[in-house]
Design a binder for this molecule. Structure first.
Ligand code: FEO
Length: 383
């Protein structure tokens, strides 16, 4: 696949994967992207997952023809991209591997060699001339590991963005970009908003016409749309108006409260209400929605003098990703000593800029008349 006249796609689609990075459901598979830049010198951009060595080498071979690659540029050492570095260096014994100093330290850990006699260490601002194409390296620490560099080709105006602008899903499946890019971003990079903001600032100084990420499609049109979403996500801004109600329920009473609140919000004209059963839905999708909307209602039962496990896990996902800048409300349930609201609030204590609603709904076993009034008050407050 041709990206530009000189840049070819040599990545692979993975439809065999169960969980990406050991935890994310990827119903439409995953793509591990890799690219070749053909010029007086030839560069290969990253490798692919270890389960696709043969397919990737065949793709490389057909892109290269009789040419031998001069450089393997390693932007990120996570094994979904780096697993085939050693195989590549054996296959092409004259090639030089180009990466950050931190990446070479990781190579030693993964491959027991840092290719000391065939390496070039690069840092922020360094360039590598291939002929017409000059590659500029930009440090992007923690997007999403510390060693990451991204690469700008000023000749074709292409940004090779490593994990940035990636998404779940193989490239041979048609699906909405934002949905799976958001779930990917919030899940995998969400903690590192500040570092992504730093990278966006550096990218703003470049004339970018194409973004070549390591996952998901190459982006060529309407780049402002993608950049704007990354701006919102990385600044923990609110992307869509609406309320997310995340609940767990043991015997259906907390669920009933969640659904009644949703109905009241809809009746009052709330632009979007998302209701999620944390025990049954994809946790990453729920976490994504918590970051997408500006208002979050957490509804759960008191359990072992704590809260129901799925809610605990959910809140932990939020806090470890620096959840902030939002309005939060609580619905708690407990038959003899309700304390879920107190536990949930204390779990969110370290989060920046959260506003808690005045109304907290306390259910004692099953919904009461008083609860109906509280739900009405909460809906009004949220609207
Ligand atoms: Fe796609 Fe952070 O590896």
């Amino acid at each position: 696949m041709e990206i530009t006249k000189d840049i070819l796609y040599v990545g692979v689609n993975d439809h065999d994967i169960d969980f990406f990075e050991g935890q994310y459901i990827v119903e439409n598979g995953m793509a591990y992207n890799s690219y070749v830049i053909l010029d007086e010198k030839t560069a290969v951009m990253d490798t692919v997952d270890r389960r696709f060595t043969d397919e990737w080498l065949r793709n490389l071979q057909s892109a290269l023809g009789t040419t031998k690659p001069d450089y393997l540029i390693v932007q990120h050492m996570e094994p979904d991209h780096s697993a085939n570095i050693a195989v590549f260096m054996e296959t092409y014994p004259d090639a030089v591997v180009v990466a950050s100093a931190a990446a070479f330290n990781m190579m030693k850990q993964f491959f027991h060699t840092d290719f000391a006699d065939r390496r070039q260490i690069v840092k922020e601002g360094d360039t590598l001339s291939l002929g017409k194409h000059t590659l500029q390296f930009i440090a992007a620490p923690m997007v999403h590991w510390p060693e990451v560099i991204v690469t700008y080709d000023s000749y074709d105006k292409v940004l090779f963005s490593a994990d940035g602008f990636g998404k779940f899903g193989a490239l041979d499946v048609e699906e909405d970009w934002a949905c799976e890019a958001r779930r990917y971003y919030i899940g995998i990079v969400g903690k590192y908003g500040m570092q992504v903001q730093n990278l966006l600032k550096k990218a703003a100084a470049l004339d970018i016409q194409t973004i070549c990420p390591l996952h998901g499609p190459v982006l060529t049109e309407n780049l402002a749309y993608y950049l704007n979403l990354y701006q919102i996500w990385s600044s923990y801004g609110v992307e869509s108006d609406g309320v997310m109600i995340a609940y767990t329920s043991v015997y259906g009473n907390t669920k009933k409260a969640a659904e009644l609140l949703a109905q009241k919000l809809q009746e009052k004209g709330c632009p979007k209400v998302v209701v999620a059963d944390l025990a049954r839905e994809d946790m990453a999708e729920c976490v994504e929605d918590a970051f997408r909307y500006g208002k979050l209602v957490l509804a759960t039962t008191t359990y072992n003098t704590d809260i129901f496990p799925f809610m605990r896990e959910f809140i932990q996902h939020l806090t470890e990703r620096n959840y902030q800048n939002r309005t939060v409300a609580f619905i708690e349930n407990g038959t003899w000593a309700p304390m879920a609201a107190k536990v949930m609030k204390s779990m969110l204590e370290g989060c920046k800029n959260l506003t808690f609603t005045d109304t907290t709904v306390q259910i004692k076993s099953a919904l009461s008349e008083e609860n109906m009034t509280q739900l009405e008050a909460l809906a009004t407050e949220l609207i």
